[in-house]
Design a protein around this ligand. Structure first.
Ligand code: 5RP
Length: 245
């Protein structure tokens, strides 16, 4: 099941609309009084906007949220969603976030928006983690989309760490690249850099790869989100599917 383009022909739905549909479906899991984790990215944006709308309409009450990026925090504040942090709310009832790849066991690649570290912190603290995607994000095996998998590293000696990542046998000779923003390195909300991994073939053993990446001093996070999602909501031209653990 490789990532595939949206269906062509008469039955087409713009990708943004599929993202909105998946996000709105996820917001049906939100109940008044919950502590929420708010994801980052174009799909999660729809969920944040919807939660704000329901709060304004009085259909949701007493929500507190933890944002996974400064961008999402700004959006949440503008939408009237009260914010907190994991220091004060270490137990999150429900997080909603997008993903870059979803495998058949609901393991994920995340973080192409650069928010992977805070996303993983918030989502591992969540009792329920609902992932919202359109069907183009489905893969047979992680690393199979050909898109970059991010690794967040401290700025100090990042080239050295990029070389270490490249040589990990668990990553089977993947290519590494520093993420750029214009002429400068992309800097995360945590003042770190992102090394992007490009896989020549899907990752054979994602757990072994995750452990190997994490074992390098100076790596502060990576985009493999394994055994974390409790539900994945997939919007396609044929409708919405919910897969659960
Ligand atoms: C940001 C993320 C995003 O959730 C992921 O990149 C999917 O983004 P989008 O919904 O825009 O396709 O992990 O760090």
């Amino acid at each position: 099941m490789s990532p595939r383009p949206l269906a062509e022909g008469t039955k087409t739905v713009p990708q943004d609309e599929l993202k909105r549909i998946a996000a709105y479906k996820a917001v049906e899991y939100v109940k008044s009084g919950m502590v929420l984790g708010l994801g980052t990215g174009s799909t999660a944006n729809f969920a944040v906007a919807r939660i704000g709308q329901l709060l304004k309409e009085g259909k949701l009450k007493d929500i507190i949220a933890v944002a996974t990026s400064t961008r999402t925090a700004e959006q949440a504040v503008a939408a009237g969603i009260p914010l907190s942090g994991l220091d004060d709310h270490p137990l999150i009832d429900l997080s909603i976030d997008g993903a870059d790849e979803v495998d058949p066991d609901l393991n994920l690649v995340k973080g192409r928006g650069g928010a992977l570290l805070r996303e993983k912190m918030v989502e591992t603290a969540s009792a329920t983690f609902v992932v919202v995607v359109d069907e183009t994000k489905l893969v047979d095996a992680l690393g199979g989309s050909g898109l970059a998998m991010p690794v967040e590293v401290v700025q100090f000696c990042w080239k050295y760490n990029a070389e270490r990542l490249k040589k990990l046998p668990e990553l089977a000779g993947c290519e590494v690249k520093l993420r750029m923003e214009g002429d400068n390195p992309f800097v995360t909300d945590n003042s770190n850099y992102i090394i992007e991994l490009y896989f020549k073939e899907p990752i054979k053993d994602a757990k072994a790869a995750a452990n190997a990446i994490s074992s390098i001093p100076g790596v502060v996070g990576h985009g493999l989100f394994l055994d974390m999602a409790t539900h994945v909501i997939i919007a396609s031209v044929d409708g919405v599917t919910v897969r659960s653990k």
